[in-house]
Write a protein that binds this ligand. Structure first.
Ligand SMILES: [Cu+2]
Length: 79
């Protein structure tokens, strides 16, 4: 069953950054869908069994800072 994870991405400045983050996240095993929001600086990842740490690492490898959006954030999705 697919799960959703929201990541806070820092360092994105244009559509090229969005594409890079999108590509990096899609390359992580288990990821089914990615939606990157440039203005909000967030990425929503739909996955099956992907490791959240691997998602963060993939974004960092692409050159941006990432962290899971905490439960205190504005995400309507629970853990
Ligand atoms: Cu850019």
């Amino acid at each position: 069953m697919a799960e959703k994870v929201e990541l806070v991405i820092e360092g994105m400045g244009c559509e090229g950054c969005v594409a890079a983050v999108d590509k990096a996240l899609r390359a992580v095993p288990g990821v089914r869908a990615v939606a990157v929001d440039l203005e909000a600086g967030r990425a929503t990842v739909e996955h099956e069994g992907a490791d959240p740490t691997a998602l963060v690492r993939a974004v960092e490898k692409a050159g941006y800072d990432a962290r899971p959006a905490g439960p205190g954030g504005q995400s309507p999705m629970g853990p």
